[in-house]
Design a protein around this ligand. Structure first.
Ligand SMILES: [Zn+2]
Length: 354
């Protein structure tokens, strides 16, 4: 037999439940996973009322010992505190019931303690709902990606997520639409540099972006069904990363643009919002249908211009010229040398971003 040495590990959640009022399934899920004893529920001041208390209540009703812990911003210091509390109460599993920053702390703490983790997101602003990475700020306040655990269960309750500001959901949709250019970049890197490629991950990621683009007209404010339509592609998009073994199927030049903005103008807009605007411009560079991208974003209510991202013309141009330097090993349409300031200004102007 010819020598064959390829091998890959793929990590997935064991159960993902999405739908209206599914939070009441928390105890059944914990039991099905064989979890016993004490749970630490990591939540925030607002999400305590929206989800934390309910999660604790359902667990207690089913005989679990449930401790609620209210945490703050996603910093290493706060993750240390979560770890300490979990150790003190001898938690046997951790539940994150909150927005992205609370979930990130819970899953980073679970990783450190080798504990199972269940995610109950109260908003959906990016495609990392089912991912083994957490975004945590270090001592100097710089955001970084730290190792975390893949949730064994995800309970995406549409009635809870629908109560979060609509801007988050629109941002999550934009993060999935961003797959459109990430996939073109991946294909380019595969053809040009022989980069590892997965057709399965490619197909799933494409399907997620297409579903959001085709459903754009029904994704709107104050409509729980919008969450229902958006949440599955958002979760599946994250799973395409598990299949690929990298973030390639969901993160290309448009994400590099967003990361560049995080350095130049931190905190002005949400991750998905920045990536969406990046997708319009990178699709233009790829020679693809950038107008369809722009129109879908605008129909969903996600930003399509620098002004809507609270950014100046110069900041956008600067981010465009810098983007290729952010992660040089990630080859994209920006190439090794990136955009010249003149070309950057041209692409941003022609696509109506500035
Ligand atoms: Zn993203």
């Amino acid at each position: 037999m010819p020598d064959f040495r390829k091998a890959k590990a793929m990590v997935f959640p064991r159960r993902v439940v999405a739908g209206s009022n599914v939070v009441d399934q928390i105890a059944d899920i914990a039991r099905d996973f064989g979890l016993k004893g004490t749970a630490l529920i990591v939540t925030g001041p607002f999400t305590m009322k929206v989800a934390g208390k309910a999660v604790a209540g359902f667990l207690k009703d089913s005989g679990y010992d449930a401790h609620l812990y209210e945490t703050g911003l996603a910093t290493l210091e706060n993750v240390d505190k979560v770890v300490k509390v979990a150790e003190e109460i001898k938690a046997q599993f951790i539940v994150g019931a909150g927005g992205g920053s609370k979930i990130d702390q819970a899953k980073a703490a679970a990783h450190r303690l080798y504990l199972p983790f269940i995610s109950v997101p109260t908003s959906a602003s990016h495609d990392g709902l089912a991912s083994p990475k957490a975004s945590i700020k270090d001592g100097s306040g710089r955001p970084g990606s730290v190792d975390a655990v893949m949730p064994i269960g995800v309970l995406a309750d549409t009635s809870i997520i629908a109560k979060a500001p609509y801007r988050f959901l629109a941002s999550g949709c934009a993060d999935v639409i961003a797959n459109s250019t990430a996939l073109l970049d991946w294909q380019l890197a595969h053809r040009l540099r022989g980069e590892e490629f997965s057709s399965t991950a490619y197909a799933i990621s494409t399907m997620c972006a297409t579903t959001i683009i085709e459903s754009a007209s029904i994704i709107k404010k104050n409509l729980e069904e919008s969450v229902w339509v958006a949440i599955k592609p958002m979760i599946s998009s994250g799973l395409s990363m598990s299949i690929a073994g990298s973030s390639r199927p969901t993160s290309g030049s448009e994400h590099l643009f967003s990361h560049a903005l995080d350095g130049i103008a931190p905190g002005r807009a949400l991750h998905g919002e920045q990536c969406g605007v990046g997708t319009i411009m990178m699709m233009y560079l790829h020679g693809g249908g950038w107008k369809q991208i722009r129109d879908s974003l605008s129909e969903i209510g996600a930003p399509t211009t620098a002004a809507q991202l609270n950014l100046s013309r110069d900041e956008v141009v600067q981010a465009l010229t810098m983007a290729h330097t952010i992660r040089p090993e990630r080859y994209t349409i920006l190439g090794d040398r990136g955009l010249s300031p003149e070309s950057a200004e041209k692409v941003a102007t022609l696509t109506g971003v500035i």
